[in-house]
Design a protein around this ligand. Structure first.
Ligand SMILES: [Zn+2]
Length: 255
């Protein structure tokens, strides 16, 4: 089984909010920070990017603090976004999926149920969902429907030896986490199954819950798969930039 290295690439932030955003209904009075990331899984031959970040157009529109084009951050570890072949989308929120067009040759892996929700379910057009949806991603992905550049996964599936997508609902209807074989064991890139490490440590979800029961089951499932708790990586924790070896500006090696 091949081993992979995992890198966290910060493309925007820091953003500040009440602690209740990162630890659901706790820490209202605290001000906490979070960053926006994509991740890169690097093997001896294969490169898999997890999430696509945000395009320069949307970053401008939203006036995103500390924004750097994710393609530029990737170039700092010698990865050319134009040539990336595999992009796993954990879920179709704008901060994770808006940048799909930065990867013109990639195959995108997304859960079928997630895709169907955002593209075909009327509920997704209602205000709380519209608030986090991304029209550009929806349009781009639907233009790929039926081609081999869009793979709609039905549940857990290995996409390359040692890299498995795991259905992990709760934050969205069909978010997927990624289990990765590393030198330290199986790591979990859980994206927004946890905004911060504390969510996993305290068995407590973050904000934007579509199904709390599913979310708690997701924690059980991911804990079972991870070789250790410190190999479970969240979606937005600034500690990913601060507590790991920096290999380039805004890029740290997680495992
Ligand atoms: Zn997010």
């Amino acid at each position: 089984m091949p081993n992979y290295e995992i890198y966290a690439l910060k493309y925007a932030g820091p953003f500040f909010s009440s602690g209740a955003f990162l630890m659901w209904l706790k820490d209202w009075e605290e001000t906490v920070k979070r960053n926006y990331y994509i991740w890169c899984i690097k093997g001896s031959r294969e490169v898999v990017v997890v999430d696509s970040g945000v395009s320069p157009e949307l970053a401008r529109e939203k006036n995103l603090t500390g924004y750097i084009n994710p393609a530029e951050v990737l170039s700092r570890i010698d990865i050319n976004a134009d040539e990336v072949r595999h992009v796993i989308l954990t879920h179709i929120h704008w901060d994770h999926a808006n940048g799909v067009s930065l990867f013109p040759r990639a195959t995108f892996y997304v859960q079928d149920e997630e895709y169907r929700f955002w593209l075909k379910d009327q509920i997704a057009t209602r205000p709380p969902f519209k608030h986090v949806a991304d029209e550009a991603a929806n349009e781009y992905l639907s233009s790929l429907e039926g081609t081999d550049r869009l793979v709609l996964l039905k549940g857990d599936q290995e996409i390359l030896p040692g890299i498995e997508c795991l259905l992990a609902p709760g934050h969205t209807v069909a978010l997927q986490a990624v289990a990765v074989n590393t030198a330290k064991g199986t790591a979990i890139l859980g994206s927004d199954c946890a905004h911060v490490f504390r969510n996993y440590q305290e068995d407590w979800p973050s904000a934007l819950i579509v199904d709390l029961v599913a979310w708690m089951k997701t924690y059980e499932k991911l804990r079972e798969r991870a070789s250790s708790l410190d190999l479970m990586f969240p979606g937005h924790d600034s500690l990913m930039s601060e507590n790991y070896p920096q290999v380039a500006k805004d890029v740290t090696k997680l495992a």
